[in-house]
Design a protein around this ligand. Structure first.
Ligand SMILES: Cc1ncc(COP(=O)(O)O)c(C=O)c1O
Length: 391
């Protein structure tokens, strides 16, 4: 690897040259089935013609001006995204961490305006919210935080899925102003919220006047079978963050809010040079158009159900498989031992998978996966798991 790059990543020894849908080709011409999608970024697959066209068109007209001026593409995207999400307003950023920073700032201002001196946000164990100082503090993983102390004040933590601990926090932490959760924990190991949990958190937030803030950066944009994962729970958060597949590979993040939360940020309280620039917004607008015109969230639901059923069937009697779980095209296969080496083995067989939380094989294929590709994915993953556990 080039010495010029900081050593922040353990990279696999492969360089991709081009892609199409769920396929990728490396610089030697070898083909791979992509069940990672750039970690839930390329939901529409690689080189989607409509996104490519939108980017080309916008780049010929105008790439960037500034948030000093009105931006037509940002206004169009804002209108469309808030309507789809049932939210009132949106702030555009460039990444997931930045979208969450905006959410954290909204919670703090909201708290201060209510007279709370140290506004505090409740976050979950095993969560992941980003790598900036505030978002790594919110993240429930010591490895992400280690070495970067002092961490940011104003966060308390509860086990994910444990309603009682939130109720207890309400009694012990008088300064709570918001709860920030992932509807399904991604990096934490594809951990689904227990049935009824999100609705109960919603009720607690209403009861105490806390903002319910959902990080849908990994779960959003149709991946779980609904446009946003919280829709499975029949609730609407006060604040929702998006990034990843919102731009299908063009960097864009979004912090959406409704009600009082949507009125918190005013001129001078927040900003971003690039956030919501014409190029990123044109790309995201085309993503929204393709998602809805092709009914891709419903397609993700069907594909995900098929893949889950196929994996459960193939791995049913395999000892060492702890669980096969997921929703839509966010799927985890948890093994009894660490299995990071499976990523390299899969790569040798022309398949991209990810391992998170040490022993959870995470599958995040694009929503445009074909039925044949889904069958191939099930067959390859099952064979890899069986060979690994037998070895
Ligand atoms: C749930 C969640 N939140 C936030 C982030 C951070 O996003 P970014 O890497 O774009 O800053 C991620 C990235 O994996 C994520 O999965």
């Amino acid at each position: 690897m080039a010495d010029s790059l900081m050593a922040t990543y353990n990279r696999l020894p492969v360089t991709f040259a081009r892609g199409e849908g769920a396929w990728l080709w490396d610089t030697d011409g070898n083909r791979y089935l992509d069940a990672v999608s750039g970690v839930a970024v390329c939901g529409l697959g690689h080189a989607h013609p409509d996104v490519a066209e939108a980017i080309c068109r916008q780049s010929r007209e105008l790439l960037h001006t500034s948030n000093l001026y009105r931006i037509a593409a940002q206004e169009r995207l804002g209108d469309r995204l808030t309507a789809v999400a049932g939210m009132d307003r949106v702030f555009f950023a460039n990444s997931g961490a930045e979208a969450n920073e905006a959410a954290i700032k909204i919670a703090r201002l909201y708290g201060h305006r209510k007279g709370v001196e140290v506004p505090t946000i409740l976050v979950a164990e095993n969560s992941f919210h980003g790598r900036t100082l505030a978002t790594l503090t919110a993240t429930g993983n010591r490895k992400v935080q280690a070495g970067f102390e002092p961490l940011v004040r104003g966060f308390v933590r509860a086990p994910y899925g444990d309603l009682e601990s939130i109720q207890r926090a309400a009694e012990t932490t008088r300064e709570l102003v918001a709860v920030l959760l992932e509807p399904i924990q991604g990096e934490g190991g594809v951990n689904l919220a227990p049935e009824g949990y999100l609705a109960a958190v919603r009720a607690l937030c209403d009861q105490h006047g806390w903002l319910m803030m959902l990080d849908e950066i990994q779960t959003g944009m149709g991946r779980t079978g609904r446009m946003f994962a919280h829709q499975h729970a029949g609730i609407v958060p006060d604040v929702m963050t998006l990034a990843k597949s919102l731009g299908n590979g063009v960097p864009i993040g979004a912090c959406l809010a409704r009600g009082a939360a949507a009125e918190v940020l005013g001129p001078g309280t927040h900003g971003s040079t690039f956030g919501g620039n014409p190029l990123a917004c044109a790309a995201a607008e085309s993503v929204l158009e393709v998602l809805s015109s092709q009914g891709l969230p419903a397609r993700a639901a069907k594909l995900g159900a098929d893949i889950l059923a196929g994996l459960r069937e193939a791995l049913r009697d395999v000892s060492g498989v702890i669980a096969v779980r997921g929703l839509g095209l966010m799927i985890g296969v948890e093994l009894e031992r660490d299995c990071g080496e499976l990523v390299g083995r899969a790569l040798e067989q022309g398949l991209l998978v990810n391992v998170t939380a040490g022993r959870v094989i995470r599958l995040l294929p694009p929503l445009v996966l074909s039925d044949d590709q889904a069958d191939t994915l099930v067959a390859q993953v099952s064979a890899l798991v069986q060979a690994f556990l037998a070895g």
